[in-house]
Design a protein around this ligand. Structure first.
Ligand SMILES: [Zn+2]
Length: 169
């Protein structure tokens, strides 16, 4: 009987915490179908002779949706450090799209495709510039695919946004 009372007490404690949080502190991460507010998604896909970088984030995270900011988020150099990519790759395609998920929720999707002589020489990419853009982004979830290897996805944030990947050559 004592145990049962204790469990009941704990449950009440948990529920009232959740209740209080919803009332006074809106949750930091709001999940809607297809995206998480304040979080970007990054996909890196490397093949034998190409390197593809895709970034998407909720449109509500861009502070001001004007031409100046659209130009920023379409410019690779403003999102990631490109020096080590340029050494063996050439930018061949960029694409910018707005994808509507629901009437109130949409994403910006940027694609940068590079043709590479030796993509294996790219061992890291610094995404810190992404967090200096005029957005309310806090984190990014990054997935890396190298050939047929899917690496575990990682979460990066400002200050710790360098993505390193080990490759078997
Ligand atoms: Zn949304």
């Amino acid at each position: 009987m004592k145990d049962a009372v204790l469990i009941f007490g704990l449950l009440i404690g948990i529920f009232s915490n959740v209740w209080a949080e919803e009332l006074h502190n809106p949750p930091a991460l709001e999940v809607f179908e297809g995206h998480i507010h304040h979080q970007a998604n990054i996909q890196l896909i490397q093949t034998q002779n190409s390197f593809l970088i895709q970034i998407d984030f909720p449109t509500s995270d861009l502070q001001v949706p004007n031409d100046e900011n659209f130009t920023l988020i379409r410019t690779p150099e403003k999102i990631f450090q490109t020096e080590n990519i340029k050494a063996s790759c050439e930018l061949t395609r960029t694409q910018f799209e707005k994808k509507t998920l629901e009437p109130e929720h949409s994403d910006y999707l940027m694609t940068f495709e590079y043709a590479c002589k030796e993509p294996a020489t790219i061992e890291s990419i610094d995404f810190n510039p992404l967090f200096n853009l005029p957005t309310t982004l806090e984190t990014a979830k990054a997935s890396v695919i190298i050939g047929d290897q899917v690496l575990p996805s990682v979460e990066i944030k400002k200050g710790t946004a360098i993505l390193k990947f080990k490759k078997s050559k």
